[in-house]
Ligand binder design. Structure first.
Ligand code: EPS
Length: 364
């Protein structure tokens, strides 16, 4: 399963320390303008080495378009994208090649395959998310052009530090700091927190929010293939994600139905105006036309220089110390990755909705 999606199918390939990583995006309709320059912004937002708070591996992350685009537009055939790895430092992994980092996929990969590429975590590395972001650029562009849909995200919690979780932050503020943080006044506090954390050798988790606006009502499926189910599954496929909430998420447990229901009033364009959005833009697995809201929990990175007892592949007790260039908080770079996954799910659902219901006319 290196592929996800139905009518829009994305396959990624490659390892962190192999010659290249890549993806094939199959099912994009013809006629979408796509150029190399389209990829730069989001790849830069996700990349390592762009602030002192992330891994210091330096990759240019330049995309090569191998197929599916002719004279600047998509042709409807598979779009293959490639990014060459140029700054892998495999010697950092020599000492732990036969060891299992506690909290890492080292053990489960070994248990499943009986073999693993230990260099940079191989296929389990967050380097793979580069290609999700590249594929997501295509989905974001198609969604914006075809429907005016915008998919944007921000960080709402870094360790113990919380921001407000605004429905619609000032996106210029979010993009003006390396944390994707909506409240600029808290950035010095985040800087100091991360500097102290890095010095201590430890890591921490984070929470990312994604908001998609302009999604029309009707995208999704009623039973299997619910929009929220596919968002959750796809977001959970991102490295280090341990939880996904839609709308009010787990807060619904303590809510009463009289509060949670989003009351409808007549809207200007014949569609309902909702008073609130506790549902996060999805009812019964189908979009309501309200902003879609997802919240994603990232666990703390497991590659730490702090020594810890563990096992090696032969079952011996060992002391693991991970050196090298690791993120003290992967959540800091995760906003563009979450946006990309939401955009890819939405584009797939939009194509499926058009395929099944393209001729059906809803009064609402
Ligand atoms: C990662 C470990 C580090 C990060 C990497 C993700 O790898 P390396 O030791 O090779 O520098 O730099 O992130 C990226 C390379 C990237 O592009 O995101 C991990 O274990 O997931």
């Amino acid at each position: 399963m290196n592929t996800f999606g139905h009518l829009l199918r994305v396959t990624t390939f490659g390892e962190s320390h192999g010659p290249a990583i890549g993806c094939v995006v199959d099912g994009c309709p013809p006629g979408l303008p796509i150029a190399i320059e389209d990829f730069a912004r989001d790849l830069e937002r996700r990349a390592t080495g762009r602030s002192r708070h992330t891994s210091q591996r330096r990759e240019a992350d330049e995309v090569e378009i191998l197929s599916g685009v002719y004279e600047g537009v998509t042709t409807g055939t598979p779009i293959a994208l490639l990014i060459r790895n140029t700054d892998a430092r495999s010697k950092d992994y020599a000492a732990i090649a036969k060891q299992f980092r506690p909290g890492h996929a080292d053990y489960t990969y070994q248990a499943k395959y009986g073999i693993r590429d230990p260099r940079g975590g191989g296929r389990s590395s967050a380097r793979e998310t580069t290609m999700r972001v590249a594929a997501g650029v295509i989905a974001k562009k198609w969604l914006a052009q075809a429907f005016g849909v915008e998919v944007r995200g921000y960080l709402s919690q870094l360790g113990e530090i919380r921001s407000s979780r605004p429905d619609m932050p000032d996106w210029l503020d979010v993009e003006s700091n390396p944390f994707f943080w909506p409240d600029a006044t808290q950035v010095p506090e985040l800087e100091a927190y991360m500097d102290a954390l890095r010095k201590s050798g430890d890591s921490v988790g984070a929470r990312v929010e994604v908001v998609a606006t302009g999604v029309p009502p009707g995208w999704g499926e009623p039973i299997y293939g619910k929009l929220d189910a596919e968002l959750a599954a796809t977001l959970m496929s991102i490295n280090a994600v341990k939880g996904v909430e839609i709308g009010d998420g787990f807060d619904v447990v303590a809510m009463h139905g009289s509060l949670h229901r989003d009351v409808m009033r007549p809207g200007a364009d014949g569609r309902p105006d909702f008073e609130t959005n506790h549902a996060g833009g999805i009812l019964g697995g189908i979009s309501t036309g309200q902003p879609l809201r997802c919240s994603i929990a990232f666990k703390p990175t497991s590659s730490l220089r702090l020594p810890v007892e563990s096992l090696d592949v032969d079952g011996n007790v060992v002391e693991v110390v991970t050196t090298g260039r690791h993120d003290p908080c992967v959540g800091i770079r995760a906003t563009p990755i979450c946006e990309a996954m939401v955009a890819l799910v939405l584009m797939d659902q939009a194509l499926r909705h058009r395929g099944q219901c393209g001729d059906a006319v809803s009064k609402r």
